[in-house]
Design a protein around this ligand. Structure first.
Ligand SMILES: Nc1ncnc2c1ncn2[C@@H]1O[C@H](COP(=O)(O)OP(=O)(O)OP(=O)(O)O)[C@@H](O)[C@H]1O
Ligand SMILES: [Mg+2]
Length: 235
């Protein structure tokens, strides 16, 4: 069974002269352990699709299933979206968006605390996650004492904290140089393959494409699944 299944999504913004159709009958499936790339020109609807999959906004038509949860059916929300996001979806954005007055460890702990899972065990897991991401010696650093790539890794640790079955990332490497971008992409790949997480990443960066199992391209609201150059899914 697919971890993410979107069927027939339509999304229109505005009305009349300002109307923009951002999603046109978009369907997408992502399996356990699959890392999917979402490519396409600016304004083609990539972020619209990602935020719709992540229940941050809702389609006019179509449905979204996350695991066994039918979250949206024919454009209508059927679950507690905030709860599903908190418990099942890890988001990573272009900017790390860390809380500036909390150190790296406490920024990751926040993800446990909003799920009422704080405490000593959470602290240990947060520290272990940061260690996994190569930041063991940066736990007590404040965000402004970390490099862009390190901040982004803290944001990824925060997204991974609840071990969500789904990770959605919108240009997570936009602020990073080529080597760091590849490192971050490999990291998502490792997480997906080791933990069975379904990962969807919006990227402009063709240099990192070999880190993906599947490649989808958006153009003017239409999604196309393109054959992968090195077509060999790792699961
Ligand atoms: N909240 C909104 N209100 C009105 N129009 C919007 C809104 N959000 C997006 N749009 C429009 O919908 C279209 C798709 O936008 P979207 O942000 O999904 O594109 P994108 O592929 O993520 O682009 P980029 O690569 O620049 O981030 C664009 O034409 C955009 O102007
Ligand atoms: Mg976007």
């Amino acid at each position: 069974m697919h971890v993410i299944e979107a069927q027939g999504l339509w999304k229109t913004y505005g009305k009349g002269e300002t109307e923009v159709v951002a999603l046109r009958d978009v369907s997408l499936r992502v399996s356990r352990g699959e890392v999917a790339a979402l490519l396409g020109p600016s304004g083609s609807g990539k972020s619209s699709l990602l935020t719709t999959l992540g229940l941050l906004q809702f389609p006019d038509r179509g449905s979204v299933r996350i695991g066994e949860l039918e979250a949206v059916i024919e454009g209508r929300l059927r679950v507690d979206a905030a709860r599903v996001r908190r418990e099942r979806i890890g988001f990573v954005f272009q900017k790390a968006n860390l809380i500036p007055f909390l150190n790296a460890l406490d920024n990751v702990l926040v993800a446990f605390e909003i799920n009422n899972r704080g405490g000593r065990e959470a602290r240990q897991r947060a520290a272990a996650l940061l260690d996994y991401l190569g930041l063991a010696d940066r736990l007590a650093h404040m965000p402004d004492e970390l490099s862009g790539g390190q901040q982004q890794r803290v944001a990824i640790a925060r997204a991974l904290a609840m071990e969500p079955p789904v990770i959605l990332a919108d240009e997570p490497t936009a602020a990073l140089d080529g080597r760091r971008s590849r490192d971050v992409m490999q990291l998502f790949r490792r997480v997906a393959h080791e933990r069975g997480t379904a990962v969807v990443i919006v990227t402009h960066d063709h240099r990192t494409l070999d880190a993906f199992d599947t490649v989808h391209e958006m153009e003017d609201g239409v999604l196309r699944t393109t054959p992968h150059p090195s077509a060999a899914p790792a699961h």
